[in-house]
Design a protein around this ligand. Structure first.
Ligand SMILES: *Cc1c(COP(=O)(O)O)cnc(C)c1O
Length: 355
């Protein structure tokens, strides 16, 4: 029996996707073999690969002067690859809004001169700070659009002028409409809102693809290598990409990103409205910057929080514990979490509160 899985990642996948994958697991179409067993140079696999790339372009409305890549190494590898490839002047600005953007800043510091342009550390990352100044000669400014751990999100994308905007969108990609043309580079590990773990999507504006310094990097670490090879420089994570394609087809059937955004807004509102009215549970992020995907909350009492996760688990609500760095509780409600799941969680929270 399926339960409601509120994991922050790897996260729940749409049930129709899992069902289709299970039908095609042993033999894909007329191929007589599983996608997992196919040569990545075969026609069957190439069709899957290109369909996934095309669906990403279509769903995110990615302009023609951007390349889309499907890489490995997770968002964490991008923390290193971005400064290595984009550092022309050797300077970059960072908006630190939580653990992940802080890691991006720290990793980049090893490669270039990194500056914190704004941080909400003093507010315990419960808000998105205002960016007062951007270094004019920065190679890029880095933000994390949705903060998976503290549950905040950029409700407005900053205007960085000529400085390319780089965004870690791991937990927010495909959940709401973004104007890709505002960004120089977007990256996201798939395991939150794209598909299963193992593939990382990178969308890059073509003028950022190469420069003299980047050309000296080992081939595998250069974006240009992967862009030129259509993300097949070496063996790609074929099965993860196949699953990604199925998830993107499912998303298209939900009305695309604009369609799912409406659903996501209504879904998050169910939980936020309850948190705002509850006398036991409280939301953590500032209402002005609340995430649609990751909702941290707490009873204010560690023991009660633990009791809640325990009882919730026995009722079929899994993974409601907060991130190990911050504790408390958190419900991650990505695209694949049905509205009924959030409604059922709120009903359970009401019962718990009444007790
Ligand atoms: C999960 C997450 C990461 C880390 O992703 P990996 O693919 O495990 O490296 C980075 N940034 C954000 C915003 C995340 O949610």
């Amino acid at each position: 029996m399926r339960i409601y899985n509120f994991s922050a990642g790897p996260a729940a996948l749409p049930v129709p996707v899992l069902e289709q994958a299970s039908k095609e697991l042993v033999s894909y179409g007329s191929a007589g073999m599983s996608v997992m067993e196919m040569s990545h140079r075969s026609k069957s696999y190439e069709d899957i690969h290109n369909a996934a790339l095309e669906l990403l372009r279509e769903l995110m409305n990615v302009p023609a002067n951007y390349k889309i890549m499907m890489l490995q190494g997770g968002a964490s590898q991008q923390f290193a690859m971005i400064p290595m490839n984009l550092a022309k002047n050797g300077k970059a600005d960072f908006v630190v809004t939580g653990e992940w953007s802080n890691r991006a800043y720290k990793e980049a510091s090893k490669v270039l001169s990194a500056k914190i342009a704004a941080t909400s550390e003093a507010e315990k990352f419960g808000v998105i700070p205002e960016i007062k100044e951007i270094s004019a000669d920065a190679d890029y400014l880095h933000i994390c659009t949705n903060n998976t751990i503290c549950g905040t999100r950029f409700t407005q994308i900053p205007d960085t002028g000529k400085v390319p905007l780089v965004a870690d969108m791991s937990s927010g990609i495909l959940s709401e409409v973004f104007d890709v043309s505002k960004f120089g580079l977007i990256y996201a590990g798939a395991q939150k809102n794209i598909g299963p773990a193992g593939v990382t999507v990178v969308i890059i504006r073509e003028d950022l693809l190469e420069n003299e310094k980047a050309a000296k990097l080992p081939a595998f670490l250069q974006y240009k290598t992967h862009a030129d090879a259509n993300s097949m420089y070496n063996t790609p994570p074929t099965y993860a990409i196949y699953m990604t394609k199925l998830c993107l087809e499912w998303l298209k059937s939900q009305g695309g990103v604009a369609g799912i955004q409406k659903i996501n807004e209504a879904k998050a509102k169910i939980l936020y409205d309850f948190l705002d009215s509850s006398s036991l549970f409280k939301g953590i992020a500032a209402p002005s910057h609340r995430s649609l995907m990751n909702i941290p909350f707490t009873t204010g009492d560690d023991e009660k929080d633990k009791q809640f996760t325990k009882e919730a688990a026995t009722e079929g609500f899994a993974n409601l514990g907060g991130h190990r760095l911050v504790g408390g509780l958190r419900a991650s409600i990505y695209n694949a979490m049905p509205t009924e799941g959030v409604q059922a969680l709120v009903d359970f929270m009401k019962k718990f509160e009444a007790k």
